[in-house]
Design a protein around this ligand. Sequence first.
Ligand SMILES: Cc1ncc(COP(=O)(O)O)c(C=O)c1O
Length: 375
Amino acid sequence: MTNIPFNNPYVTGRELAYIREVIESGKTAAGGRFTERSEALIRQHTGASNVLLTNSCTAALEMAAILVGTGPDDEIIMPSFTFPSTANAFLLRGARPVFVDIRHDTLNIDETLIEAAITPRTKAIIAVHYAGIPCEMNTIMAIAKKHDLFVIEDAAQAFLSTYKGKSAGTIGHLGTFSFHATKNIHCGEGGALLVNHSEFLETAEILREKGTNRKDFLAGKVEKYTWSGIGTSSSVGELAAAYLCAQLEDAREITAKRAVHWNAYDAALKGLRTNGDISTPFIPPTAQHNSHIYYVLFSSREKRDDIVKAGKSAGIECTSHYEPLHLSPEGLLYSREPSLPNSTALPGRVLRLPLWPGLPENCIQTMTAIIGNRQ
Ligand SMILES: Cc1ncc(COP(=O)(O)O)c(C=O)c1O
């Protein structure tokens, strides 16, 4: 019986009132007051100039793939240690993912290996900010500039993280966030596309609205909306936007509450990592993170699974994380990379510990004792 779940989505207390407002207004479709307010809040929190709320980070990545003109001959550089959506968004356009190894310390794409993976077919580099800890963006942007490539930040986990003072998601040409129930700020299923280069904006707005200029119609600029380009259905309905709005209003407070637990884990586990058998998140001096995940990396799957079992017996639910894409059944069809030693060494070794606002203190003490006793 699990008493302390891995995740316990935070609720501000205003979600229901906002949803009620939407129901009473009768305007539940996308593009209403709460979509606008949520987009404004994301702009305020991140300094992004253009934000389009979407129904998922996956949808935002698919839009990004279309916006940069991804086609069948293209190669897209990305880490293998990521969620399938990072690759699928580009596969859907016929492009091939080219997996580059990750750094052993941050588990983010190793920026020093990117240049060697570039070919005349390379279209874009995808920077995935694992655990909300930003990639080495200055280096990635400089490589992209030198080779005339696009950079898309998959900041699914990195809302409110910063790199050298700039918000994750705002540095590449395009950035994406997830507001899935597992994320710090959530609405069940939700996301956002950050359009950091305004030449993409008009096309992005049409794309999100099923290929129509409905945005101009809602703004009273045209009498009727019409088919204006290729499109998808990636906007989010007002009921979810209302829920998200309540969350975004408290985003700083929610993140601060998570940070208390993240820091407590880090202080407690610091002493254990000296013997080299486990490692814990490394935060580069360039980065400020959003306390999305606290993970421990073990030296073997057996050791990790043993801790999961012991946690379960103590009533604490711990989980694993991504299995590298290049080793997955679908990834094997595309992966031509000779070796990705750090990514290949990861399967079965990542343990994520429960982390949510209000996490009982004894969870951290118990898990530290369990890990310590098995060192
Ligand atoms: C790196 C990364 N990209 C994309 C996604 C997909 O996000 P969503 O569920 O909002 O589509 C996830 C989901 O966790 C993720 O971790």
